[in-house]
Design a protein around this ligand. Structure first.
Ligand code: THU
Length: 127
């Protein structure tokens, strides 16, 4: 799967974000170990702390489908040039990365940037 296609799906799903409070839309698209695709957007709540990020929404769909490993995740926000995952989502991506390490793909203007999750979350806690 081409990373441009993953990003296109992240862009598309960001349009479904439920963001009445922050007005900050995010979309994410996961490529799993078996080359399946899962998308998610953020959705907020009037009890603000219940907000679910786009990344964890997409990863939840992957888990519910029986997949367990992430090869890559594309993340997009129309509100930020290079939207990287928050700390909580970095930890969750790390939990499910393939042995070779998950790629995190962001959009930097017209270009895609690719990070390794281990680079975004060095010295992390993992059991
Ligand atoms: N958000 C995400 O969906 N993913 C991130 O990695 C960063 C933050 C959402 C949560 C909230 O709805 C909005 O962006 C502003 O924080």
């Amino acid at each position: 799967m081409d990373y441009n296609e993953l990003m296109e799906k992240a862009i598309e799903v960001s349009k479904n974000a439920y963001i009445p409070y922050s007005k900050f839309a995010v979309g994410a698209c996961v490529l799993s170990e078996n080359d399946k695709i899962y998308t998610g957007c953020n959705f907020e709540n009037s009890s603000y702390g219940l907000t679910i990020c786009a990344e964890r929404n997409a990863i939840g769909s992957m888990i519910a489908d029986g997949e367990r490993k992430i090869k890559a995740i594309a993340i997009y926000s129309p509100n930020m040039k290079n939207c990287t995952p928050c700390g909580a989502c970095r930890q969750v991506i790390r939990e499910f990365q393939v042995d070779a390490g998950a790629d995190v793909i962001t959009k930097f203007g017209d270009e895609l940037k690719t990070y390794k999750i281990n680079e975004l979350l060095p010295e992390c806690f993992i059991l």
